[in-house]
Design a protein around this ligand. Structure first.
Ligand code: SF4
Length: 109
């Protein structure tokens, strides 16, 4: 398996670093996610992501009442630095979700 570190070392040896997109090199240093996920995204659909959690069909999970489950109190959520209403979801690979949203992957903090 090639890790990102191995990949970067190898490409550096080959003199290919200048050819890499800046986004590849900055991964892991400071992730700044700006792409907002849409509800028609296949992953969002699979996880039943919805921007208004009150409209979601939820059930109590891990001792948390269904109505208390929001993206903003999910383990995978990090508040966006550019828009407080949105946050990065680790489950959606650095795409933004609405803090008032919800999906089936919700896990308490
Ligand atoms: S994993 Fe958590 S933060 Fe991400 S969309 Fe689902 S409920 Fe929201």
């Amino acid at each position: 398996m090639t890790t990102r570190r191995t990949f970067i070392k190898t490409t550096a040896k080959l003199g290919l670093i200048p050819l890499l997109p800046v986004s590849m090199l900055s991964q892991g240093a400071e992730n700044i996610c700006t792409t907002k996920i849409t509800t028609d995204d296949p992953v969002a659909k699979a996880l039943r992501y919805i921007e208004d959690a009150t409209q979601a069909v939820r059930s109590d999970k891990m001792g948390v009442t269904a109505t208390d489950q929001l993206c903003s109190n999910c383990q995978f959520y990090t508040v966006s630095t550019s828009d407080a209403a949105w946050g990065e979801c680790k489950l959606f690979q650095c795409r933004l979700v609405v803090g008032a949203g919800w999906c089936a992957g919700w896990v308490p903090i």
